[in-house]
Ligand binder design. Sequence first.
Ligand code: MN
Length: 253
Amino acid sequence: MKPVIGITPDYNAGDREDMGGKEPTYFLRARYVQAIEDAGGLPILFPLVIDKARQRQLLSQVDGLLITGSGSDLDPQLYGERQCVPFRQMSHQRSSLELGVSKLVYGTHHPTLGICGGMQSLNVALGGTLIQDIAVQHSTDIAHSPPGSATKKAHGIAIATHTLLHKIIGKPLIRVNSSHHQSVKKVPGRLVTSAVSPDGVIEAIEAPAHPFLLGVQWHPEFLYKHDPIQRKLFQAFVKAARSYKASRAMRSA
Ligand code: MN
């Protein structure tokens, strides 16, 4: 039996011309689903339920959680700030589900991977804050959202030793793609920074007290097919979910 991985989809609440117009619509890049399948997991898509008990029940059905990226950003009020630059805010349905399950998995120890906006949701859910626009609020000469294909590597990152990310990747320096205009600002006490780009932008976070809770700011789902280093991320994640599944089976036996 393959470990089941819950995936958070994106959502048009009826105000997005690009994804279904006025008709409320779920959507998700198939790459996320394919990456989990290719790593040996069984992906299922989470509905965006807001009720805490239902979120808990959803999590009880899976062995791991993948929080995906999106074209919209968290409402800064969720981390105690006012919006100070223009950007499209994420639907209430999506942020409620993502922040809710992010808080829950810290306690349940579900293996969790947050990608791009998913990393930002993990950080905010556990008490951190975000840079609302890197180009405006951070001094840098790196383009973190360059035009062109997300399959292209955009900048280097330095991976901190003695971190889960370092254990998975096995290298201190790699190059990654980049498709984000926001990034993690304050890392909360339960998380640590596991990678930074040369301009100091935080590119990965993780929870030392959790068996596998990792956020990456880049997009491994665009790279893993041709990059064995990026493949390791999904393989390690699904492996952790397999262990979680086995330990749950032992507890309930
Ligand atoms: Mn970047």
